[in-house]
Design a protein. Structure first.
Length: 66
């Protein structure tokens, strides 16, 4: 799927410079950034879900320990 991404001029320049330094394309850097974001937020969602489940499971004990 194609999409347009509008960056500020300073972002474009910084991305261009980083791509040159790394010997890669701006496109490759952006794809990696998206992959990293998706992996990180997926992990955070799992942690949140598991935390809620454990709090519910141990709610009675946690209340008694207050």
């Amino acid at each position: 799927m194609a999409m347009n991404l509008r960056l500020r001029d300073d972002q474009t320049e910084a991305l261009k410079q980083r791509a040159e330094e790394e010997g890669t394309s701006m496109h490759a850097i952006l794809l990696k950034a998206v992959d990293d974001y998706l992996a990180r937020t997926a992990h955070q969602a799992i942690v949140r879900k598991t935390s809620k489940e454990q709090v519910a499971k141990w709610a009675e004990l946690l209340e008694r320990l207050k």
